[in-house]
Design a binder for this molecule. Structure first.
Ligand code: G6P
Length: 482
Protein backbone atom coordinates (compact mmCIF):
# COMPACT_ATOMS: atom_id res chain seq x y z
CA UNK A 1 0.00 0.00 0.00
CA UNK A 2 1.36 3.46 -0.78
CA UNK A 3 0.42 6.66 1.00
CA UNK A 4 1.26 10.17 -0.13
CA UNK A 5 4.70 11.26 1.03
CA UNK A 6 4.20 13.79 3.81
CA UNK A 7 6.29 16.89 3.24
CA UNK A 8 6.29 17.49 6.94
CA UNK A 9 5.12 15.12 9.68
CA UNK A 10 3.09 15.93 12.81
CA UNK A 11 4.58 13.02 14.72
CA UNK A 12 8.24 12.06 14.37
CA UNK A 13 10.09 9.18 16.01
CA UNK A 14 13.87 9.42 16.17
CA UNK A 15 15.68 6.18 17.04
CA UNK A 16 19.12 4.78 16.33
CA UNK A 17 17.57 2.11 14.14
CA UNK A 18 14.82 2.36 11.55
CA UNK A 19 11.89 -0.01 12.16
CA UNK A 20 12.92 -2.09 9.12
CA UNK A 21 15.75 -4.46 8.18
CA UNK A 22 17.19 -4.83 4.74
CA UNK A 23 17.22 -8.37 3.39
CA UNK A 24 20.05 -9.63 1.19
CA UNK A 25 17.95 -9.05 -1.93
CA UNK A 26 17.58 -5.38 -0.97
CA UNK A 27 13.96 -5.67 0.16
CA UNK A 28 12.85 -4.03 3.39
CA UNK A 29 11.14 -6.08 6.10
CA UNK A 30 9.58 -4.78 9.25
CA UNK A 31 11.93 -5.53 12.17
CA UNK A 32 10.46 -7.66 14.94
CA UNK A 33 10.73 -5.07 17.78
CA UNK A 34 7.71 -4.13 19.87
CA UNK A 35 8.33 -0.40 19.53
CA UNK A 36 7.32 -0.56 15.90
CA UNK A 37 4.05 -2.27 16.73
CA UNK A 38 3.38 0.18 19.54
CA UNK A 39 3.82 3.28 17.48
CA UNK A 40 2.27 2.11 14.25
CA UNK A 41 -1.30 3.31 14.98
CA UNK A 42 -0.04 6.74 15.98
CA UNK A 43 2.20 6.92 12.96
CA UNK A 44 -0.70 6.26 10.64
CA UNK A 45 -3.03 8.72 12.34
CA UNK A 46 -0.62 11.60 12.50
CA UNK A 47 1.29 11.49 9.21
CA UNK A 48 4.17 9.93 11.07
CA UNK A 49 7.84 9.90 10.13
CA UNK A 50 10.64 7.77 11.57
CA UNK A 51 14.26 8.94 11.47
CA UNK A 52 16.89 6.22 11.98
CA UNK A 53 19.89 4.26 10.76
CA UNK A 54 19.19 1.42 8.31
CA UNK A 55 21.68 -0.81 10.16
CA UNK A 56 24.55 -1.02 7.66
CA UNK A 57 27.61 1.19 7.31
CA UNK A 58 27.69 3.59 4.36
CA UNK A 59 24.21 2.64 3.17
CA UNK A 60 22.73 5.64 1.40
CA UNK A 61 18.99 5.41 0.83
CA UNK A 62 16.51 8.14 -0.04
CA UNK A 63 13.54 8.62 2.31
CA UNK A 64 10.76 6.15 1.47
CA UNK A 65 7.30 5.01 2.53
CA UNK A 66 6.89 1.73 4.35
CA UNK A 67 3.52 0.41 5.56
CA UNK A 68 2.13 3.89 6.11
CA UNK A 69 5.21 5.45 7.70
CA UNK A 70 7.62 7.90 6.12
CA UNK A 71 11.13 6.57 6.79
CA UNK A 72 14.11 8.93 6.83
CA UNK A 73 17.37 6.96 6.71
CA UNK A 74 20.48 8.42 8.34
CA UNK A 75 23.80 7.43 6.79
CA UNK A 76 26.47 6.21 9.20
CA UNK A 77 29.95 5.76 7.75
CA UNK A 78 32.10 2.81 8.84
CA UNK A 79 33.90 5.28 11.10
CA UNK A 80 30.63 6.52 12.64
CA UNK A 81 29.64 2.91 13.35
CA UNK A 82 32.96 2.28 15.06
CA UNK A 83 33.12 5.48 17.11
CA UNK A 84 29.50 6.49 17.76
CA UNK A 85 27.70 3.10 17.78
CA UNK A 86 30.24 0.48 18.87
CA UNK A 87 32.38 2.97 20.81
CA UNK A 88 30.50 5.63 22.73
CA UNK A 89 27.03 4.05 22.69
CA UNK A 90 27.99 0.44 23.37
CA UNK A 91 31.40 0.56 25.03
CA UNK A 92 30.91 3.69 27.18
CA UNK A 93 27.24 4.41 27.90
CA UNK A 94 25.96 0.80 27.81
CA UNK A 95 28.40 -0.60 30.43
CA UNK A 96 28.30 2.57 32.57
CA UNK A 97 24.50 2.61 32.69
CA UNK A 98 24.40 -1.13 33.47
CA UNK A 99 26.28 -0.61 36.73
CA UNK A 100 29.76 -1.10 35.25
CA UNK A 101 29.31 -4.89 34.84
CA UNK A 102 31.94 -4.44 32.12
CA UNK A 103 34.42 -1.55 32.35
CA UNK A 104 33.28 1.52 30.38
CA UNK A 105 35.92 3.09 28.16
CA UNK A 106 36.11 6.86 28.01
CA UNK A 107 37.44 8.14 24.70
CA UNK A 108 37.35 11.75 23.57
CA UNK A 109 37.33 10.69 19.93
CA UNK A 110 34.22 8.53 20.56
CA UNK A 111 32.53 11.41 22.37
CA UNK A 112 33.19 13.81 19.47
CA UNK A 113 31.67 11.33 17.07
CA UNK A 114 28.63 10.88 19.37
CA UNK A 115 28.07 14.66 19.34
CA UNK A 116 28.39 14.83 15.55
CA UNK A 117 26.08 11.91 14.87
CA UNK A 118 23.47 13.14 17.40
CA UNK A 119 23.53 16.49 15.57
CA UNK A 120 22.87 14.69 12.29
CA UNK A 121 19.83 12.88 13.72
CA UNK A 122 18.54 16.16 15.24
CA UNK A 123 18.87 18.02 11.94
CA UNK A 124 17.07 15.31 10.00
CA UNK A 125 14.22 15.28 12.54
CA UNK A 126 14.01 19.09 12.57
CA UNK A 127 13.72 19.08 8.81
CA UNK A 128 10.89 16.57 8.58
CA UNK A 129 8.80 17.89 11.51
CA UNK A 130 5.77 20.09 10.74
CA UNK A 131 5.06 23.33 12.63
CA UNK A 132 4.12 22.45 16.22
CA UNK A 133 4.88 18.73 15.71
CA UNK A 134 5.61 16.17 18.42
CA UNK A 135 9.03 14.50 18.24
CA UNK A 136 9.74 11.40 20.27
CA UNK A 137 13.44 10.51 20.68
CA UNK A 138 14.35 6.93 21.71
CA UNK A 139 17.16 5.66 23.88
CA UNK A 140 20.74 6.12 25.00
CA UNK A 141 22.34 6.42 21.57
CA UNK A 142 20.61 9.81 21.15
CA UNK A 143 20.77 11.54 24.53
CA UNK A 144 21.94 14.86 23.07
CA UNK A 145 19.19 15.07 20.46
CA UNK A 146 16.47 16.65 22.69
CA UNK A 147 18.55 19.78 23.41
CA UNK A 148 19.79 20.01 19.82
CA UNK A 149 16.21 19.78 18.58
CA UNK A 150 14.97 22.46 20.97
CA UNK A 151 17.62 24.81 19.61
CA UNK A 152 16.73 24.03 16.01
CA UNK A 153 12.96 23.95 16.48
CA UNK A 154 11.61 25.76 19.57
CA UNK A 155 8.05 25.24 18.25
CA UNK A 156 7.98 21.43 18.65
CA UNK A 157 7.12 19.29 21.67
CA UNK A 158 9.90 16.86 22.52
CA UNK A 159 9.73 13.51 24.30
CA UNK A 160 12.60 11.18 25.15
CA UNK A 161 12.31 7.59 26.34
CA UNK A 162 15.27 5.85 27.98
CA UNK A 163 14.97 2.09 27.40
CA UNK A 164 17.94 1.10 29.59
CA UNK A 165 18.68 1.78 33.28
CA UNK A 166 19.84 5.17 34.49
CA UNK A 167 22.61 4.49 37.03
CA UNK A 168 23.08 5.71 40.59
CA UNK A 169 24.85 9.04 40.90
CA UNK A 170 28.07 7.51 42.25
CA UNK A 171 28.51 5.65 38.96
CA UNK A 172 27.03 8.24 36.62
CA UNK A 173 29.49 10.83 37.89
CA UNK A 174 32.36 8.87 36.27
CA UNK A 175 31.25 10.13 32.88
CA UNK A 176 33.60 12.90 31.72
CA UNK A 177 30.71 14.47 29.77
CA UNK A 178 28.13 14.06 32.54
CA UNK A 179 26.88 17.66 32.40
CA UNK A 180 26.47 17.72 28.63
CA UNK A 181 24.47 14.49 28.67
CA UNK A 182 22.11 15.75 31.39
CA UNK A 183 21.64 19.02 29.54
CA UNK A 184 21.01 17.10 26.33
CA UNK A 185 18.23 15.04 27.93
CA UNK A 186 16.69 18.07 29.63
CA UNK A 187 15.97 19.51 26.20
CA UNK A 188 12.89 17.24 26.27
CA UNK A 189 9.50 18.22 27.73
CA UNK A 190 8.96 14.67 29.00
CA UNK A 191 11.81 12.25 29.85
CA UNK A 192 10.55 8.72 30.38
CA UNK A 193 12.34 5.94 32.29
CA UNK A 194 11.57 2.27 32.90
CA UNK A 195 11.60 2.29 36.70
CA UNK A 196 10.81 4.85 39.37
CA UNK A 197 14.39 4.29 40.60
CA UNK A 198 15.83 5.32 37.19
CA UNK A 199 13.87 8.59 37.22
CA UNK A 200 15.08 9.16 40.80
CA UNK A 201 18.73 8.56 39.82
CA UNK A 202 18.35 11.01 36.95
CA UNK A 203 16.80 13.73 39.14
CA UNK A 204 19.58 13.29 41.69
CA UNK A 205 22.28 13.64 39.00
CA UNK A 206 20.57 16.81 37.77
CA UNK A 207 20.48 18.27 41.31
CA UNK A 208 24.08 17.37 42.03
CA UNK A 209 25.60 18.35 38.70
CA UNK A 210 23.45 21.21 37.46
CA UNK A 211 21.94 22.43 40.75
CA UNK A 212 18.47 22.64 39.19
CA UNK A 213 15.45 22.36 41.47
CA UNK A 214 13.34 19.22 41.27
CA UNK A 215 9.87 18.81 42.75
CA UNK A 216 8.00 15.50 42.48
CA UNK A 217 8.57 14.56 38.79
CA UNK A 218 9.17 18.15 37.62
CA UNK A 219 12.62 19.61 36.98
CA UNK A 220 12.96 23.41 36.66
CA UNK A 221 15.19 24.07 33.68
CA UNK A 222 16.50 27.64 33.21
CA UNK A 223 15.76 28.99 29.73
CA UNK A 224 18.60 31.51 29.71
CA UNK A 225 16.32 34.58 29.82
CA UNK A 226 15.59 34.45 33.54
CA UNK A 227 12.54 32.20 33.04
CA UNK A 228 12.39 28.49 33.71
CA UNK A 229 10.40 25.68 32.12
CA UNK A 230 9.40 22.38 33.68
CA UNK A 231 10.71 19.09 32.25
CA UNK A 232 8.85 16.03 33.48
CA UNK A 233 11.07 13.02 34.40
CA UNK A 234 9.11 9.91 35.41
CA UNK A 235 8.63 6.20 34.96
CA UNK A 236 6.65 4.80 32.01
CA UNK A 237 7.46 1.05 32.07
CA UNK A 238 7.45 -0.29 28.52
CA UNK A 239 5.56 -3.42 27.55
CA UNK A 240 4.75 -5.72 24.64
CA UNK A 241 1.92 -6.32 22.23
CA UNK A 242 0.60 -9.05 24.55
CA UNK A 243 -2.41 -10.05 22.44
CA UNK A 244 -0.28 -10.86 19.40
CA UNK A 245 1.72 -13.37 21.51
CA UNK A 246 -1.45 -14.96 22.86
CA UNK A 247 -2.83 -15.20 19.34
CA UNK A 248 0.26 -17.03 18.12
CA UNK A 249 0.12 -19.31 21.15
CA UNK A 250 -3.47 -20.27 20.20
CA UNK A 251 -2.43 -21.29 16.69
CA UNK A 252 -2.46 -25.09 16.13
CA UNK A 253 0.77 -24.84 14.08
CA UNK A 254 2.64 -23.14 16.91
CA UNK A 255 1.29 -25.66 19.42
CA UNK A 256 2.36 -28.54 17.17
CA UNK A 257 5.79 -26.96 16.88
CA UNK A 258 6.04 -26.75 20.69
CA UNK A 259 5.42 -30.52 20.91
CA UNK A 260 7.98 -31.11 18.17
CA UNK A 261 10.58 -29.07 20.11
CA UNK A 262 10.00 -31.22 23.21
CA UNK A 263 10.33 -34.39 21.19
CA UNK A 264 13.50 -33.10 19.52
CA UNK A 265 15.03 -32.72 22.97
CA UNK A 266 14.18 -36.33 23.84
CA UNK A 267 10.99 -35.50 25.81
CA UNK A 268 12.72 -34.45 29.03
CA UNK A 269 10.53 -34.14 32.12
CA UNK A 270 11.35 -30.43 32.39
CA UNK A 271 12.67 -27.83 29.95
CA UNK A 272 14.36 -24.71 31.29
CA UNK A 273 14.71 -21.80 28.86
CA UNK A 274 16.87 -18.69 28.54
CA UNK A 275 16.38 -16.20 25.69
CA UNK A 276 18.69 -13.23 25.45
CA UNK A 277 20.80 -11.11 23.19
CA UNK A 278 24.30 -12.39 23.87
CA UNK A 279 25.12 -9.58 26.32
CA UNK A 280 27.11 -9.50 29.58
CA UNK A 281 24.22 -7.75 31.33
CA UNK A 282 21.96 -10.81 30.96
CA UNK A 283 23.60 -13.06 33.56
CA UNK A 284 23.91 -16.02 31.15
CA UNK A 285 27.09 -17.20 32.89
CA UNK A 286 25.44 -17.07 36.33
CA UNK A 287 22.55 -19.13 35.00
CA UNK A 288 24.91 -21.73 33.54
CA UNK A 289 26.95 -21.85 36.71
CA UNK A 290 23.83 -22.59 38.76
CA UNK A 291 22.62 -25.23 36.30
CA UNK A 292 26.09 -26.83 36.05
CA UNK A 293 26.24 -27.12 39.85
CA UNK A 294 22.77 -28.68 40.01
CA UNK A 295 24.01 -31.34 37.58
CA UNK A 296 27.20 -31.88 39.59
CA UNK A 297 25.20 -32.13 42.83
CA UNK A 298 22.90 -34.74 41.17
CA UNK A 299 19.92 -32.50 41.91
CA UNK A 300 19.02 -32.74 38.23
CA UNK A 301 19.98 -35.19 35.52
CA UNK A 302 20.56 -34.38 31.84
CA UNK A 303 18.17 -37.16 30.79
CA UNK A 304 15.46 -35.50 32.84
CA UNK A 305 16.03 -31.73 32.62
CA UNK A 306 17.38 -29.73 29.67
CA UNK A 307 18.36 -26.08 29.54
CA UNK A 308 17.69 -24.43 26.16
CA UNK A 309 19.69 -21.24 25.78
CA UNK A 310 18.94 -18.99 22.81
CA UNK A 311 21.63 -16.31 22.64
CA UNK A 312 21.11 -14.07 19.64
CA UNK A 313 24.23 -12.49 18.12
CA UNK A 314 24.77 -8.88 19.18
CA UNK A 315 27.42 -6.13 18.82
CA UNK A 316 29.99 -8.73 17.87
CA UNK A 317 32.78 -6.32 17.06
CA UNK A 318 32.84 -4.90 20.59
CA UNK A 319 35.59 -6.74 22.50
CA UNK A 320 33.55 -7.37 25.67
CA UNK A 321 30.89 -9.15 23.57
CA UNK A 322 33.41 -11.29 21.69
CA UNK A 323 35.00 -12.33 25.02
CA UNK A 324 31.63 -13.15 26.53
CA UNK A 325 30.80 -15.39 23.59
CA UNK A 326 34.06 -17.32 24.04
CA UNK A 327 33.42 -17.77 27.76
CA UNK A 328 29.86 -18.95 27.29
CA UNK A 329 30.77 -21.36 24.53
CA UNK A 330 33.59 -22.79 26.65
CA UNK A 331 31.18 -23.26 29.56
CA UNK A 332 28.53 -24.93 27.40
CA UNK A 333 31.16 -27.26 25.92
CA UNK A 334 32.43 -28.25 29.37
CA UNK A 335 28.99 -28.85 30.86
CA UNK A 336 27.77 -30.81 27.86
CA UNK A 337 31.01 -32.78 27.61
CA UNK A 338 30.58 -33.86 31.22
CA UNK A 339 26.83 -34.47 31.45
CA UNK A 340 25.41 -35.25 27.98
CA UNK A 341 24.27 -38.76 27.21
CA UNK A 342 23.83 -40.28 23.75
CA UNK A 343 20.15 -39.39 23.81
CA UNK A 344 20.06 -36.15 25.83
CA UNK A 345 21.89 -32.88 26.06
CA UNK A 346 22.32 -30.83 29.23
CA UNK A 347 22.35 -27.47 27.44
CA UNK A 348 21.01 -26.90 23.93
CA UNK A 349 22.82 -23.69 22.98
CA UNK A 350 21.63 -21.75 19.92
CA UNK A 351 23.54 -18.70 18.71
CA UNK A 352 20.76 -17.42 16.42
CA UNK A 353 17.80 -15.14 16.37
CA UNK A 354 14.41 -16.71 15.57
CA UNK A 355 11.10 -15.45 14.19
CA UNK A 356 8.35 -14.72 16.66
CA UNK A 357 6.36 -17.92 15.84
CA UNK A 358 9.33 -20.08 16.79
CA UNK A 359 9.88 -18.09 19.98
CA UNK A 360 6.26 -18.57 21.06
CA UNK A 361 6.55 -22.31 20.39
CA UNK A 362 9.66 -22.37 22.60
CA UNK A 363 7.86 -20.42 25.32
CA UNK A 364 5.03 -22.97 25.23
CA UNK A 365 7.50 -25.84 25.40
CA UNK A 366 9.42 -24.39 28.36
CA UNK A 367 8.38 -25.34 31.89
CA UNK A 368 10.65 -22.75 33.46
CA UNK A 369 11.78 -19.41 32.01
CA UNK A 370 15.06 -18.11 33.44
CA UNK A 371 15.61 -14.34 33.36
CA UNK A 372 18.77 -13.81 35.42
CA UNK A 373 19.90 -10.36 34.23
CA UNK A 374 22.49 -8.59 36.38
CA UNK A 375 20.96 -5.31 35.25
CA UNK A 376 18.25 -4.77 32.63
CA UNK A 377 16.12 -1.75 31.76
CA UNK A 378 12.94 -3.85 31.51
CA UNK A 379 13.43 -7.33 29.95
CA UNK A 380 10.61 -7.85 27.52
CA UNK A 381 11.34 -11.59 27.18
CA UNK A 382 9.84 -12.06 30.65
CA UNK A 383 6.62 -10.41 29.46
CA UNK A 384 6.63 -12.36 26.19
CA UNK A 385 6.81 -15.65 28.10
CA UNK A 386 3.88 -14.64 30.29
CA UNK A 387 1.78 -13.43 27.35
CA UNK A 388 2.38 -16.71 25.50
CA UNK A 389 1.27 -18.97 28.40
CA UNK A 390 -2.42 -19.10 27.48
CA UNK A 391 -2.56 -22.40 29.41
CA UNK A 392 -1.70 -20.60 32.70
CA UNK A 393 1.22 -22.93 33.22
CA UNK A 394 4.98 -22.44 33.39
CA UNK A 395 7.16 -20.69 35.98
CA UNK A 396 8.97 -17.39 35.52
CA UNK A 397 12.22 -17.02 37.48
CA UNK A 398 13.02 -13.31 37.34
CA UNK A 399 15.97 -11.23 38.45
CA UNK A 400 15.12 -8.39 40.81
CA UNK A 401 17.65 -6.34 38.80
CA UNK A 402 15.41 -6.35 35.72
CA UNK A 403 12.88 -3.52 35.42
CA UNK A 404 10.15 -6.13 34.90
CA UNK A 405 10.53 -7.17 38.57
CA UNK A 406 8.73 -3.97 39.63
CA UNK A 407 5.60 -5.19 37.87
CA UNK A 408 5.90 -8.98 37.91
CA UNK A 409 5.95 -9.64 41.65
CA UNK A 410 4.20 -13.01 41.21
CA UNK A 411 7.29 -14.43 39.50
CA UNK A 412 9.96 -16.19 41.58
CA UNK A 413 12.29 -13.25 42.16
CA UNK A 414 16.02 -13.96 42.49
CA UNK A 415 19.36 -12.27 43.04
CA UNK A 416 21.50 -13.77 40.24
CA UNK A 417 24.73 -13.14 42.19
CA UNK A 418 23.51 -15.50 44.91
CA UNK A 419 24.22 -18.84 43.23
CA UNK A 420 22.89 -20.87 46.17
CA UNK A 421 19.62 -18.91 46.13
CA UNK A 422 19.42 -19.23 42.36
CA UNK A 423 19.91 -23.02 42.52
CA UNK A 424 17.24 -23.35 45.21
CA UNK A 425 14.81 -21.25 43.19
CA UNK A 426 15.43 -23.25 40.00
CA UNK A 427 14.64 -26.42 41.97
CA UNK A 428 11.52 -24.82 43.40
CA UNK A 429 10.45 -23.84 39.88
CA UNK A 430 11.09 -27.37 38.57
CA UNK A 431 9.03 -28.90 41.35
CA UNK A 432 6.24 -26.30 41.54
CA UNK A 433 2.75 -27.91 41.62
CA UNK A 434 0.36 -27.04 38.78
CA UNK A 435 -2.07 -25.18 41.05
CA UNK A 436 0.62 -22.77 42.25
CA UNK A 437 1.87 -22.28 38.68
CA UNK A 438 -1.68 -21.37 37.69
CA UNK A 439 -2.17 -18.88 40.53
CA UNK A 440 1.07 -17.09 39.78
CA UNK A 441 0.71 -17.15 36.01
CA UNK A 442 -2.84 -15.76 36.09
CA UNK A 443 -1.70 -12.82 38.16
CA UNK A 444 1.29 -12.19 35.87
CA UNK A 445 -0.94 -12.35 32.81
CA UNK A 446 -3.40 -9.84 34.26
CA UNK A 447 -0.60 -7.32 34.67
CA UNK A 448 0.93 -7.87 31.21
CA UNK A 449 -2.41 -7.64 29.40
CA UNK A 450 -3.60 -4.58 31.33
CA UNK A 451 -0.33 -2.74 30.76
CA UNK A 452 0.48 -3.60 27.17
CA UNK A 453 2.62 -1.58 24.80
CA UNK A 454 -0.30 0.40 23.49
CA UNK A 455 -1.14 1.56 27.01
CA UNK A 456 2.53 2.52 27.38
CA UNK A 457 2.72 4.64 24.25
CA UNK A 458 -0.66 6.23 24.96
CA UNK A 459 0.34 7.30 28.45
CA UNK A 460 3.62 8.74 27.20
CA UNK A 461 1.99 10.68 24.39
CA UNK A 462 -0.74 11.90 26.76
CA UNK A 463 2.01 13.31 29.02
CA UNK A 464 3.54 15.02 25.99
CA UNK A 465 0.20 16.50 24.95
CA UNK A 466 -0.31 17.78 28.49
CA UNK A 467 3.15 19.40 28.38
CA UNK A 468 2.28 21.06 25.09
CA UNK A 469 -1.02 22.43 26.37
CA UNK A 470 0.66 23.77 29.47
CA UNK A 471 3.40 25.59 27.56
CA UNK A 472 1.85 26.49 24.26
CA UNK A 473 -1.91 26.02 24.33
CA UNK A 474 -3.57 23.17 22.38
CA UNK A 475 -1.71 22.24 19.23
CA UNK A 476 -3.37 22.50 15.83
CA UNK A 477 -3.08 18.77 15.20
CA UNK A 478 -2.76 17.05 18.51
CA UNK A 479 -1.67 13.42 18.28
CA UNK A 480 -3.54 12.23 21.34
CA UNK A 481 -4.65 8.63 20.87
CA UNK A 482 -8.10 8.11 19.34
C1 G6P B 1 18.53 -2.68 23.66
C2 G6P B 1 18.50 -1.17 23.47
C3 G6P B 1 17.99 -0.80 22.07
C4 G6P B 1 18.76 -1.59 21.03
C5 G6P B 1 18.67 -3.10 21.29
C6 G6P B 1 19.46 -3.93 20.28
O1 G6P B 1 17.24 -3.16 23.79
O2 G6P B 1 17.73 -0.54 24.47
O3 G6P B 1 18.15 0.59 21.85
O4 G6P B 1 18.28 -1.30 19.74
O5 G6P B 1 19.18 -3.34 22.59
O6 G6P B 1 20.79 -3.53 20.22
P1 G6P B 1 21.45 -2.99 18.87
O7 G6P B 1 22.79 -2.45 19.31
O8 G6P B 1 21.55 -4.18 17.98
O9 G6P B 1 20.56 -1.93 18.29
Amino acid sequence: MTTPTPERADFVVVANRLPVDRAENGEWRRSPGGLVTALEPMMRRADGAWVGWPGQADLEVEPFEFEGTHLVPIVLSAEDVELYYEGFSNDTIWPLYHDVIAAPRYSRVWWESYVRVNQRFAEAAAEVAAEGATIWVQDYQLQLVPKMLRELRPDVTIGYFHHIPFPAYGLYSQLPWRRQVLEGLLGADVIGFQRVADAGNFARAVRRQLRYDTKASGISVPMGDGRTRIALAKAFPISIDAESYAELARSPEVQARAREIREGLGNPRKILLGVDRLDYTKGIRHRMKAFGELLTDHKVDASDVTLVQVASPSRERVVAYAQLRDEIELTVGRINGTFDTMGHTAIRYLHHGYPREEMVALFLAADVMLVTALRDGMNLVAKEYVASRIDNRGVLVLSEFAGAADELGSALLINPHDIVGLKDTIMRAIEMPGAEQGRRMRSLRRRVFEHDVEAWSQSFVAALDAARRRDRGPGPREVAPA
